[in-house]
Design a protein around this ligand. Structure first.
Ligand SMILES: *[C@@H]1O[C@H](CO)[C@@H](O)[C@H](O)[C@H]1NC(C)=O
Length: 227
């Protein structure tokens, strides 16, 4: 592949070299065009709820089920319903907690919405793949269902709301209480075990020094769009 700038610099050379370069540039452009068509996520909305309480954006806390397939032959390589005891996965959107293709493909999505997202290798696991489940250069297809979007988990307003005793750190009880509140507010209350599981997951990902508390510093690691 020949970068364009190099072609321009080389244009002072004799005709033969130039025409060679020109051909090279053509093939580069062709490759680029090919790359272009496959370097973006393709989003198909399979189901959209009538009402959309909130649309997902960067920095939101997402709760989703997703199944992953290889586009090539439909082999399933990931299923969040059977992995990790089948509870929906939590992640913060747009900050690299999931592959780029999902960060992009799950933007602007309503709770309850289902999408089929086709991810080119460049936005997935690239030319290395992910041993042993995803081969090199694999295009991936995800079927995702968004359960809930929590608003601005990384802004300090939300932090203060979770931090009931206002001591600038979140205990497991505070996080669990907030989760419960959040689910009840969205009209889908769950049982205690469900909240426990999610809360443990949140602490595993965020309580970096494993002292049982999420400090404001541990919490506020992602820049939120609104800040
Ligand atoms: C993956 O793609 C890259 C460039 O697109 C290529 O160089 C490499 O050989 C491919 N790997 C496999 C295993 O096909």
């Amino acid at each position: 592949m020949l970068p364009r700038t190099q072609g321009v610099k080389m244009s002072n050379f004799n005709f033969l070299v130039c025409s060679f370069i020109f051909l090279q540039m053509w093939s580069f452009l062709l490759v680029a065009a090919e790359d272009d068509s496959s370097s973006e996520v393709k989003i198909e909305v399979m189901f959209k709820p009538m009402e959309c309480s909130k649309k997902s954006k960067r920095g939101d806390l997402m709760n989703v089920h997703y199944d992953g397939y290889l586009a090539k032959d439909g082999t399933q390589f990931y299923c969040s319903r059977s992995d990790k005891a089948g509870h929906p996965q939590w992640f913060v959107l747009g900050v690299g907690q999931v592959i780029k293709g999902l960060d992009q493909g799950m933007n602007d999505m309503c709770p309850g919405e289902k999408r089929k997202i086709t991810v080119p290798p460049s936005l997935g696991f690239g030319k290395e793949g992910k041993d042993p489940v995803v081969p090199p250069n694999a295009t991936l297809v995800f079927e995702v269902e968004l359960y809930s979007v929590s608003k601005g988990p990384r802004n300090m307003e939300a932090f203060r709301e979770i931090d009931l005793d206002q001591d600038k750190s979140l205990t497991k009880e505070e996080v669990k209480r907030y989760l419960k509140l959040d689910y009840e507010r969205s009209g889908t209350p769950k049982d205690d075990a469900f909240y426990d599981k999610i809360m443990e997951d949140i602490f595993k990902k965020n309580d970096l020094d494993v002292n049982g508390l999420i400090t404001s510093k541990e919490y506020n690691v992602y820049q939120h769009d609104e800040l």
